[in-house]
Design a protein around this ligand. Structure first.
Ligand code: GLA
Length: 434
């Protein structure tokens, strides 16, 4: 699929080592963009609700705003169509076609428009006979549909798994569509739901999935509610030993869309969703109305410190390191030996509670030996100064809220430590404190 330098290196490496990843060179960091489903669902009533129905106008407006309102600059790149864009029949040559009244200009024109804004276009299809909302699926047409998407200039395919028939069709269908996309020669990011549909039958083989998909949904659809967001976080924690090791540049676990800026989450819960998606190295696909989003939610979604953590080049997914007194503590290793931590207050009664965090108790305590710099990023940015192993941070966390902070080896001391270590090596006198 890819003709870039990255792909060349990957190909050369593949000759030397068996490389178990999708070699399209895409999604080196988690995908960022906007996806219509949670907010706009299958609203096809453009007569009574023209402003919110699934039509070319909706994506054009989102693309305009993504450029005008700083979303693109913050890193949000993909404008993605979900289910309900299709006409109910294929055309006379069996090619997919969009609903002619809602997409009168066609998808190619829409892709051109989105590209003219410096953004990318995502589209949706299904491995089975019908999409989840009952539109024609791709089964039996994987090559033709991949070619159609490539001809139109599509940049991402969300491939759903409804109505798959047999498990064989499900698994082979996901693999075949991956191969079909690769052979179009166009870079098309491949977003799968394969493990989600496999779980009711058996534990998915994630090494296999990673070889074919750029990200994959594991768990049910996100709703605009704290209950839903919590259930996704908890599922992820309870399966972390299985799913965290497979995540990394080129392939990510997808906990589904960000619903920040909608109706169902309180401010603290919006902070928590953002914090946890950042820690989980999740694709940041917002499903909200960018035309009317409030400024606080917008600032949260565009927070550059958070986006930098989500997009950290080390590409390691975070994990829960403990649950103490109804606080969940998560850690994510970052590049240059830094760490991000999130402490989520799970007690939904009473007021803000204090969580005393002794840095020496963290698995990554060495970052604070002899000293580290601690920076709180959520719920507000605050330099918490230079700390050491015996520092106890007093974090105050609202019910269902999260405090997110980073820990960095203190730079001056890091240099000094390195020097000391080199001297020690030269003198050949081991001098470890541990
Ligand atoms: C499934 C997917 C959702 C969405 C809908 C569309 O439920 O998991 O994300 O794509 O189908 O019908």
């Amino acid at each position: 699929m890819v003709k870039t330098g990255v792909s060349l290196v990957v190909t050369i490496c593949a000759l030397i080592y068996p490389v178990h990843l999708l070699d399209n060179g895409l999604a080196q960091t988690p995908t960022m963009g906007w996806l219509h489903w949670e907010r706009f669902m299958c609203n096809v009533d453009c007569v009574n609700d023209p402003h919110n129905c699934i039509s070319e106008q909706l994506y054009m407006q989102m693309a305009d705003i993504m450029v005008q309102e700083g979303w693109k600059e913050a890193g949000y790149e993909y404008v993605c169509i979900d289910d309900c864009w299709l006409a109910h029949e294929r055309d006379s040559q069996d090619r997919l076609q969009p609903d002619p009244t809602r997409f009168p200009s066609g998808i190619k024109k829409l892709a051109d428009y989105v590209h003219s804004k410096g953004l990318k276009l995502g589209i949706y299809q299904d491995v089975g006979n019908l999409t989840c909302a009952g539109y024609p699926g791709s089964h039996g047409y994987y090559d033709l549909d991949a070619e159609t998407f490539a001809d139109w200039g599509v940049d991402l395919l969300k491939f759903d798994g409804c109505n798959f028939g047999t498990l064989d069709i499900l698994v082979e269908g996901y693999k075949n569509m991956s191969r079909a996309l690769n052979s179009t020669g166009r870079n098309i990011l491949y977003s799968c739901e394969w493990p989600l549909y496999l779980w009711p039958f058996h534990q998915p083989n994630y090494t296999d999935i990673r070889q074919y998909c750029n990200h994959w949904r594991n768990y049910g659809d996100v709703y605009d509610s704290w209950q839903s967001v919590k259930s996704i976080i908890d599922w992820t924690a309870s399966h972390q030993n299985l799913i965290v090791p497979v995540a990394g540049p080129g392939g990510w676990n997808d906990p589904d869309m960000l619903v920040i800026g909608n109706f169902g989450l309180s401010w603290d819960q919006q902070v928590s969703q953002m914090a946890m998606w950042v820690i989980m190295a999740a694709p940041l696909l917002m499903s909200n109305d960018l035309r009317s989003i409030d400024s606080k939610s917008k600032m949260l979604l565009q927070n550059k410190h958070l986006i930098a953590i989500n997009q950290d080049p080390l590409g390691r997914q975070g994990y829960r390191i403990g649950r103490v007194n109804s606080f969940d503590v998560w850690e994510r290793p970052l590049s240059d030996g830094r760490y991000a931590f999130a402490v989520l207050n799970r007690q939904e009664i009473g007021g803000p509670r204090q969580f005393p965090l002794l840095l020496a108790t963290l698995p990554s305590w060495k970052t604070c030996h002899p000293e580290c710099r601690v920076t709180q990023i959520l719920p507000s940015y605050q330099d918490l100064g230079v700390q050491n192993l015996f520092s106890a941070l007093k974090l105050t966390i609202n019910p269902s809220g999260t405090v997110l902070f980073t820990v960095t080896l203190n730079e001056g001391l890091a240099a000094e430590q390195k020097w000391n270590w080199n001297m020690t090596k030269k003198r050949k006198t081991p001098n470890s404190v541990f």
